[in-house]
Design a protein around this ligand. Structure first.
Ligand code: G3I
Length: 316
């Protein structure tokens, strides 16, 4: 196609990107499209920089999976959004079932961050330093970090990440914050209080796991409200799923929905980029998680371009 990243950059964004994952790296036709910088100027590792992948046993670090994706991006001349440092999910069992005190978990978390962000120091555009800290009602998710350390785990994590890699932009990333609502308000309140305390925070990541025909209203205004806090914003994990089978009507609605999200980012100058959560239905996470749903990506499972692709171009 004409090139999603080319169109994004012409519209003033830094990048249009895609997530990928290590098992996919041997798929040559897939890699050829992923590596085309007309389409993608940025890559996110979907799994291999997460805690369970990088520190499966305490203080033993493995970077081979993350390194493979970083090296692919560097070889292609693409930037990397690193994902993620602190998240309730995909934690090794030594974290979830450890018997922690505030002091011991803070030390383990800080050690994780300094080793992982330290390993990639100078190599990544940004880190999703804290991922999915909120429940949908805007209360804090009561995970092991919150329950043991309290809300200050977020500030501590951001400070440790800044120390480990001073040049990586630090994001808080969450889903269901595309439109206004309790969860978006909670994000605004959190970032406001972090800034007031002088805690390093550079960006809000808006994941964008959406449903065809069910986009929230007010996406542009919501992105602008985030940007007004003095941070950049990015759409970090965009996909727009449907109940299968896909029909021409659903695919046409999906095209419109992709266009709507892209146009909202374009309209907000602090919205620096858009990342799709893999570019092809061949490797989308959706069918395994939402039974009966899928077809969420701009390329179909045979690596053919869908109408959604043209929706993205039209949005730019
Ligand atoms: O590694 C094992 C493998 O050994 C085993 O054979 C296989 C069998 O199921 O599972 C593999 O682990 C899977 C892992 O992905 C790696 O492929 C897990 O079961 C699976 O649950 C895991 O899913 C990932 C999911 O995060 C976990 O929450 C998805 O690939 C990944 O795309 C998804 O990404 C998240 C973002 O990090 C945060 N936002 C939401 C997004 C979508 O869920």
């Amino acid at each position: 196609g004409p090139g999603l990243n080319k169109y994004a950059q012409a519209a003033g964004l830094k990048y249009f990107g895609s997530a990928t994952d290590n098992p996919e790296l041997t798929d040559q036709p897939y890699i050829a499209i992923l590596s085309n910088t007309n389409e993608f100027g940025q890559i996110t590792p979907g799994n291999s920089m997460k805690w369970d992948a990088t520190e499966p046993t305490q203080n033993t670090f493995t970077f081979s999976g993350g390194d493979a994706i970083l090296n692919l991006a560097k070889g292609n001349g693409q930037i990397l959004r690193a994902h993620n440092l602190v998240w309730y999910s995909q934690l090794p069992s030594w974290v979830t079932s450890g018997s922690w005190t505030n002091a011991t978990l803070t030390a383990a978390m800080t050690n994780h961050i300094s080793n992982v962000a330290g390993h990639y120091k100078g190599e990544v555009y940004c880190w999703d330093a804290v991922n999915e800290p909120f429940n949908d009602d805007g209360t804090f998710r009561t995970d092991v970090f919150y329950n043991t350390i309290g809300q200050s785990y977020i500030a501590t994590a951001l400070q440790a990440a800044r120390k480990a890699d001073p040049n990586a932009k630090l994001y808080i990333n969450d889903y269901n914050i595309e439109g206004p609502g309790a969860k978006s308000t909670a994000m605004i309140n959190l970032v406001t209080s972090l800034k007031a305390q002088g805690v390093p925070i550079d960006g809000i990541g808006v994941q964008g796991h959406l449903i065809v025909g069910e986009l929230p209203s007010g996406i542009e205004q919501n992105l602008a409200a985030f940007a007004a806090l003095g941070v950049e914003v990015a759409i970090t994990e965009l996909d727009i799923r449907m109940t299968l089978p896909s029909t021409p009507a659903l695919l046409a609605q999906q095209q419109k929905d992709y266009q709507t999200v892209v146009a909202a980012c374009k309209a907000v100058s602090a919205c620096v980029g858009i990342t799709i959560w893999d570019y092809t239905d061949k490797y989308s996470w959706v069918p395994a998680t939402f039974s009966g749903q899928g077809a969420a990506c701009p390329w179909d499972a045979n690596l053919g371009i869908k109408a959604a692709y043209n929706g993205i171009l039209a949005g730019f």
